[in-house]
Ligand binder design. Structure first.
Ligand code: ZN
Length: 453
């Protein structure tokens, strides 16, 4: 539950600070899921593990996780129609961001008695943004305790690695264009003589307070240790910069919107999926059965049959929330001439005729109606007609569980750099838009008509 009155000067800074804190707690997708769970626990939600039997009651609030990296939470309205069709109102964001992952054989010995970490890319990042900055590590480690194997979160917040540039004197052409090779240029320096092969796993074990032989496996990623900052010369700071704004800005805004005051006549669902940056086609990604499984179990838990589920899905709307591109101050030509979102201008509705964004006229109309009734601004994004553009969660999730869906996101600069920038005010504008969505009762009838109740 938000503690402040939305729409005030202080509320936008307070929500920007809330986002900064959330990002600070979420250096990996496993930590993102843990931060979301902590917020849900504090709000009184009940954890239903996937292997357990579920009891789902009207008025109840629940969540489940898969792989400890994807989370789905839901609130069943207390006034859900008892003998009539009901429906879901959902948002989906993603918990992961591009980074470099340490391989299971973690070290490379090299020149100058150096030991480098053997890493490979997770997702498509701007490689040069990872050079010459202190790096930490975060993720999960599988630890043996007797006959039991347990997963432990690990976050190393002091610098332990760095990717050094080659001096300009040794590469005079560097400012004419630099194409780093990921095997050659991007494996970070870990030691220059003090540590030898085997040191990495010994270090991981020591960080966890276990013996080296207890460490069986790990999913560990490099972390840019530059802290989130809210900044700007204006009296009210205009900017927020941080690692992982894509997509933790939407994951946070959707969570705050979800927890604000959802309609008691619908089932409100909040989803945060792992693996969007590598295609979503994993057991816990947006293309997995996770959402379909949860919605089917919620429906059964409410004592409804398969026919009721089909009817519910036909009347449901998914808001797929993934950050959008603001117009770049030095490169307006990179954006479509007609749709150039600005920082602090509000949430962006994204469209693509090829349907890589799932927005269509109906879902767009529904989302605009929600924003306009709440008095919240919104913007539009489309790719340049000669540019392929990206894709996101909505159309992929729709392959497993199909429903009306619209793609939105907060405008930002430098997407997939290791340190990204967005508008500080846009956090609150997104929270207000998504809170208004959850507070509404969108009664869809027929194939493409609705009443905003
Ligand atoms: Zn994203």
């Amino acid at each position: 539950m938000s503690q402040m009155m939305p729409g005030t000067e202080s509320s936008h800074l307070e929500l920007a600070r809330g986002l900064a804190e959330f990002i600070g707690r979420s250096p990996s997708m496993f930590h993102t899921a843990a931060a979301i769970r902590d917020r849900l626990d504090a709000a009184g939600f009940t954890y239903l593990p996937e292997p357990a039997a579920w009891e789902v009651l009207p008025g109840g609030s629940y969540y489940t996780v898969r792989n400890n990296s994807s989370v789905i939470a839901w609130h069943v309205g207390a006034d859900l129609p008892a003998d009539a069709p009901y429906h879901f109102q959902l948002t989906a964001a993603h918990s992961d961001s591009p980074s470099f992952k340490v391989k299971s054989v973690p070290e490379l010995e090299g020149a100058g008695e150096s030991l480098r970490l053997n890493v490979e890319a997770y997702g498509g990042m701007i490689d040069y943004s990872w050079f010459d900055r202190p790096l930490g590590l975060a993720g999960r480690v599988l630890v043996r305790e007797g006959d039991r194997i347990e997963s432990r979160l690990l976050s190393v917040t002091r610098p332990v690695a760095l990717i050094p540039s080659l001096a300009i004197h040794m590469n005079r052409e560097v400012n004419r264009g630099f194409a780093p090779n990921r095997q050659v240029d991007l494996c970070p320096l870990f030691s220059v003589g003090a540590l030898a092969r085997g040191a990495f796993d010994a270090f991981v074990a020591a960080e966890l307070g276990v013996a080296p032989e207890q460490v069986l496996a790990r999913d560990l990623f490099l972390v840019n240790l530059e802290a989130p900052r809210i900044w700007g010369a204006a009296a009210e700071p205009e900017f927020i910069s941080a690692p992982h704004l894509d997509d933790l800005m939407c994951a946070y805004a959707a969570l705050e919107g979800f927890l604000a005051e959802p309609s008691e006549r619908t089932v409100s669902v909040y989803a945060c999926f792992d693996n969007e940056e590598v295609g979503s086609n994993t057991k816990q990604g947006a293309m997995s059965t996770l959402l379909a499984d949860v919605l089917a179990r919620v429906n059964a838990g409410l004592g409804r049959g398969d026919e009721d589920l089909r009817r519910a899905l036909a009347g449901s709307l998914l808001v797929s929330c993934d950050n959008a591109h603001a117009v770049h101050p030095s490169h307006p030509e990179a954006a479509d001439e007609g749709s150039r979102p600005v920082l602090n201008g509000g949430i962006v509705i994204k469209e693509a005729a090829n349907q890589h964004y799932c927005t269509d006229a109906f879902s767009r109309a529904a989302f605009i109606a929600v924003c306009e009734r709440a008095g919240v601004p919104y913007q539009s994004f489309a790719n340049r007609s000669d540019t392929a553009g990206g894709s996101t969660l909505g159309n992929l999730s729709n392959m497993q569980v199909s429903m009306h869906a619209v793609d939105v996101g907060c405008p930002q600069l430098a997407m997939h750099a290791s340190y990204e920038t967005a508008g500080a005010r846009d956090v609150e504008l997104a929270v207000r838009a998504l809170a208004a969505f959850y507070a509404s009762d969108l009664r869809i009838d027929g194939a493409d008509a609705l009443t905003l109740a």
